[in-house]
Design a protein around this ligand. Structure first.
Ligand SMILES: [Fe+2]
Length: 471
């Protein structure tokens, strides 16, 4: 009896240990990507694991990290979430990171760790002591052109990527399957992992992020971290740049929650402009575009006044598959006819410059309508990406790079007031001095005449006097 009980206990024990081992091993981490928070010394790490069910995440959510690749001596755990699909999304926030430092990390947990990846933090100072470079793309997808864009972005020395929506095209229309296809999300996020595991990516929702029932925006909301209380509109400071993500896919009318949030955010950003001088907005549907879909005029009517009131420097959009850059423009009126060269950069141009960056990978649209006056440059013949460099001495340089390596467009803005040209003042003074010299010369010449005249008069008087005496 005792022996039977002992055997049962041992067997149950083995089964328990076996089950615990199975539970702890988890699935292989994939789709590893980074994001930033509102706090400049943190990094968000997210990844996916393929689970057996759509409701229960059995894989651990741990990170080991450190500043030496062979000594991951710090660890952090996080949270995980699922949404009606077998991919579990894990999120860990790494706190109190040193600035300008390379960290090595691996994700997963007991039994199934990823390879070791790395990222380099940017400066933790609010006013940059070094240049920063921010990539900007939209309408990406999983095509070979999209892959080529991603590969090229790997060589661009970026600190951050902002993505203005239409990310994977997993939705009913984008996937071509008539239903939202979550495998497309998994494929996309595995494809972008090579870049997104080392450079943080921040997103704005596009129309292709909204799927039919039952998912809606849930895949987008679950798969991507965003700071603040909304996944759809949020902001953060990245050194000297205040970056705002908006949603053209949700209510933006005057007085709406999103509108009020933007108004308050821009007011605070304006108050903080001495410390963070640049303001950049990005969202999906463009306020200005002369391509296939055209300008999103309802959105523009609602929110453009806020961009103008607070003098937002750049507004970056997607949706139309090509590249287009506007002059500084408000209500279709051009505020500067300069083009922003390196020699003559824009300085307080008076209105926002709008850029459409929808040429990252999905099929390009041809421009069919004539180029409007507010449009400075447009092309839709090549795939590629854009980025802008913000220097520590007040310059912003925006570039569009085609995938063949050539520059499609670029422009400069400065926060430094151009120096007055002093030549005109000097010339006037010199002219005045010359006039004065001439006048004084004339005066002295005139003064020379009286003595000669006087001498002549005296001689004349003497001659006349002498003649009278003789006579
Ligand atoms: Fe779109």
């Amino acid at each position: 009896m005792y022996a039977k009980h002992l055997i049962c206990t041992v067997v149950i024990g083995f089964i328990g240990i076996f089950l615990i081992t199975i539970g702890a091993s988890g699935a292989e981490p994939e789709q590893i990507h980074l994001a930033v928070t509102e706090t400049q010394n943190e990094m968000v790490v997210q990844w996916g694991t393929e689970e057996d069910t759509q409701v229960s995440c059995n894989s651990p959510t741990e990170i080991e990290y450190g500043t030496e690749s062979d000594s991951l001596d710090m660890s952090q755990s996080g949270t995980n979430e699922m949404y009606d699909w077998t991919t579990c999304i894990h999120t860990v926030i790494l706190p109190e990171l040193e600035g300008d430092t390379t960290y090595y990390y691996r994700v997963g947990g007991t039994g199934e760790w990823s390879d070791v990846y790395s990222f380099t933090t940017h400066s933790t100072l609010l006013i940059a002591d070094n240049d920063i470079r921010i990539g900007a793309i939209a309408d990406h997808g999983t095509s070979s052109n999209a892959e080529e864009t991603t590969e090229n972005m790997l060589n661009a020395d970026l600190d951050l990527v902002i993505h203005a929506g239409d990310i994977s095209y997993a939705d009913d229309i984008g996937s071509g399957n008539g239903v939202g296809d979550q495998r497309v999300w998994d494929e996309y996020q595995n494809q972008i992992e090579v870049l997104a595991s080392q450079i943080p990516h921040m997103y704005a929702p596009g129309n292709h992020e909204e799927e039919g029932e039952p998912h809606g925006f849930e895949p987008y909301e679950t798969r991507f971290y965003s700071p603040g209380s909304s996944s759809f509109w949020y902001s953060f400071n990245f050194e000297g740049v205040h970056i705002i993500s908006l949603s053209t896919e949700h209510n933006y009318d005057v007085g709406s929650t999103q509108y009020s949030w933007l108004e308050n955010d821009l007011e605070a950003a304006q108050d903080n402009r001495e410390e963070v001088p640049w303001i950049v907005v990005f969202a999906h549907k463009p306020m200005y575009s002369s391509n296939n879909h055209g300008s999103e005029t309802e959105f523009r009517d609602a929110m453009e006044e806020l961009l103008y009131r607070y003098q937002v420097d750049l507004a970056i959009w997607g949706h139309d598959h090509g590249y287009e850059r506007s002059y500084p423009v408000y209500q279709e009126e051009i505020y500067s006819d300069m083009t922003g060269t390196e020699e003559e950069p824009y300085y307080q141009p008076g209105a926002t410059i709008h850029i459409v960056v929808g040429m990252a990978g999905r099929s390009l649209y041809d421009f069919e309508d004539p180029q409007p006056e507010w449009s400075y440059y447009r092309e839709a013949s090549d795939y590629g990406y854009t980025y802008f460099t913000v220097t520590n001495d007040g310059l912003l340089h925006y570039e569009y790079l085609r995938n063949d390596g050539t520059v499609g467009d670029d422009f400069w803005i400065t926060k430094n007031e151009p120096e007055e040209e002093p030549e005109v003042v000097i010339d006037e003074e010199e002219n005045n001095n010359e006039n004065l010299t001439d006048e004084s010369n004339n005066v002295s010449k005139e003064n020379e005449i009286p003595p000669i005249g006087m001498l002549t008069t005296i001689i004349t008087i003497l001659i006349v006097s002498s003649a009278r005496k003789r006579s």
